[in-house]
Design a protein around this ligand. Structure first.
Ligand SMILES: *[C@@H]1O[C@H](CO)[C@@H](O)[C@H](O)[C@H]1NC(C)=O
Ligand SMILES: *[C@@H]1O[C@H](CO)[C@@H](O)[C@H](O)[C@H]1NC(C)=O
Ligand SMILES: *[C@@H]1O[C@H](CO)[C@@H](O)[C@H](O)[C@H]1NC(C)=O
Ligand SMILES: *[C@@H]1O[C@H](CO)[C@@H](O)[C@H](O)[C@H]1NC(C)=O
Ligand SMILES: *[C@@H]1O[C@H](CO)[C@@H](O)[C@H](O)[C@H]1NC(C)=O
Ligand SMILES: *[C@@H]1O[C@H](CO)[C@@H](O)[C@H](O)[C@H]1NC(C)=O
Length: 503
């Protein structure tokens, strides 16, 4: 998960603030209302499941761009509405592609409705009057390998953190897979990362409109996990979608279009379901490409060239990131070949870091956790520190009886999110530690967003030996600080390759 403070200029004074904060159950059934340039939005008020004495105003499913967008085209301005917009329910997710049935089982449960009509966002607002200048805003970009995911997932319900931290939380949808990242050469390079353009459109919408919901447009923090963390950073490795696009066009019979029409025109007219069927059958992935406009170059390079925004950063990983992702990986040998290219000595050195009696799955999981998460995050954090950015780092290492999707998943990829959002499962297995840890993490995220210069409540990287915050339940569940070497010692095997390959 990565969070970065984004300073947005206060440019949009004309958005009118009108928050109706009347509590529910007062006999008055008026609903929370906001007046935007596009029209009136009417939300709903809801009690928190966890703490029923707290309520939150929810504005769900507001269009931040014209929706549905034109397929394979950049997002356009939303069209104003005349009668009040009913923001009391969630709108569909963008179309999702699941690269494996295991991921579908974990991340599509229950399956949300899906549509190309999906460019909506959700806003969660504390019912109390905003402070002078407005509430701090947390802007969530969901993960899902750029293939799947949606702002509407129950895990990302912003109510708890909004109410407990008195912040405004925004969750968004953006186009994923081929709908978000088409590989057609008929599209100009800098207009192919549609999913990233959607995210920016949503952020610009927040800048322009959040005051009407009590938010402070000059105090916005973007935060995200996995592909969403990458998006917050938006300086990515080289990828190409053109090969997979060719497979898609061939399978759709769009590779030899009629005179006067392009392959792109042809694919743009096919029913979405037919496209998704081919993604499934052929295992086609579409991800952000480097265009040096919406994405790229590498973060380290961007930081060196001072092209990255110089903002405070909160960054961290989980102890067992690889556990549920290992099944998507090739053999450990191939993984190491990709990391170390032709450098056999370094590859063998890394191989020696692990016991020889691990199962293939365990080894894959460890390589992925160490290389792709722990050590790449460490390198990213150090690169930002070296250009005098304030960075705070954490390490999440807690698992609970009621949050294990597969046996031995541990602190798996995404398992910290329900604690940050306060949406962890509540059943007869929920532990007291789970709620304490959730509280501590919510407070850290809230404090970082409110005062990014002073941070989330532990030592800034480089300011103390113990500058790594561990969120686990070994102590009193408020976290504890330690030396980053405790988790980074394995990076002696990977640092050089990470430098050489770029990050
Ligand atoms: C992006 O910029 C890097 C240098 O910073 C360059 O090597 C690369 O070719 C550029 N890519 C594109 C697509 O412009
Ligand atoms: C890897 O290959 C490159 C050229 O492709 C070569 O310059 C380099 O020396 C090789 N490294 C090793 C460790 O063999
Ligand atoms: C694997 O080997 C280590 C020693 O390297 C040993 O402590 C451990 O018990 C072994 N595990 C299994 C499952 O055999
Ligand atoms: C993470 O938790 C596991 C299991 O409790 C433990 O073995 C490991 O030492 C912990 N890691 C850190 C860095 O605390
Ligand atoms: C917990 O709840 C489940 C049903 O949700 C039930 O099957 C189980 O017996 C319960 N366990 C305890 C210890 O109450
Ligand atoms: C938890 O421990 C920290 C120090 O490790 C201490 O500052 C804090 O007050 C403790 N919190 C509780 C609730 O005991």
């Amino acid at each position: 998960m990565i969070a970065a403070k984004l300073a947005a200029p206060l440019l949009f004074h004309w958005a009118i603030a009108l928050i109706n904060a009347s509590p529910i159950g007062s006999g008055d059934c008026s609903r929370p209302t906001a007046v935007l340039a596009d029209g009136v939005v009417i939300g709903t008020t809801s009690r928190l499941v966890s703490t029923p004495h707290l309520t939150v105003h929810q504005y769900l499913g507001i269009p931040f761009a014209k929706s549905p967008p034109r397929r394979f085209m950049p997002p356009e301005e939303s069209t104003p509405w005349n009668s009040p917009w009913d923001a009391s329910y969630l709108r569909p997710s963008c179309f999702q592609y699941f690269p494996s049935s295991e991921l579908r089982g974990i991340f599509n449960n229950p399956p949300p409705p899906e549509s190309e009509d999906c460019l909506y966002l959700n806003i969660f607002v504390p019912p109390t009057p905003p402070p002078t200048g407005g509430f701090t805003v947390l802007f969530w970009i969901h993960g899902g390998t750029f293939q799947l995911g949606s702002g509407r997932l129950p895990d990302y319900d912003g109510s708890s953190i909004a109410a407990n931290q008195e912040v405004v939380v925004v969750t968004i949808n953006y186009r994923t897979n081929v709908f978000g990242f088409p590989g057609s050469q008929d599209i100009p390079l800098e207009q192919r990362n549609l999913g990233l353009m959607d995210q920016r459109k949503a952020l610009a919408w927040v800048n322009k409109n959040i005051k009407a919901f009590g938010g402070d447009p000059s105090q916005v923090t973007i935060f995200g996990e996995s592909a969403g963390g990458f998006s917050s950073q938006a300086f990515g490795p080289e990828e190409s979608n053109e090969e997979d696009w060719m497979v898609l066009t061939r399978k759709l019979g769009c590779n030899e279009p009629c005179v006067g029409s392009t392959q792109l025109d042809c694919v743009a007219k096919v029913p979405a379901e037919a496209i998704l069927k081919i993604l499934d059958e052929e295992g086609l992935w579409f991800t952000p490409i480097v265009d040096n406009t919406t994405n790229g170059p590498f973060f380290a390079e961007a930081v060196l060239q001072r092209r990255a925004a110089s903002v405070p950063i909160l960054i961290g990983t989980n102890a067992d990131e690889g556990s549920i992702l290992a099944s998507l990986m090739p053999s450990p040998e191939v993984m190491l070949d990709v990391i170390f290219r032709n450098d056999t000595a370094s590859k063998n050195f890394a191989r020696s870091a692990y016991p020889t009696n691990l199962t293939e799955h365990e080894l894959k999981s460890l390589i992925l956790t160490d290389h792709t998460y722990t050590c790449t995050t460490s390198a990213t954090a150090r690169a930002a520190v070296s250009s005098a950015q304030s960075v705070w780092r954490y390490y999440f290492n807690a698992s609970f009886p009621n949050n294990q999707p597969i046996p031995g998943a541990g602190a798996w990829h995404t398992s910290e999110i329900p604690l940050v959002f306060g949406t962890y499962r509540r059943n007869n297995q929920t532990t007291f530690e789970q709620s304490l840890l959730s509280r501590a993490m919510q407070k850290a995220w809230g404090d970082f967003a409110k005062t990014p210069e002073t941070g989330p409540g532990w030592a800034r990287m480089g300011s103390s030996v113990d500058d790594l915050r561990i969120f686990d339940i070994s102590g009193n569940s408020s976290g504890r600080s330690t030396d980053t070497q405790v988790v980074d010692s394995v990076c002696i095997y990977y640092d050089e390759a990470i430098e050489a390959n770029g990050f």
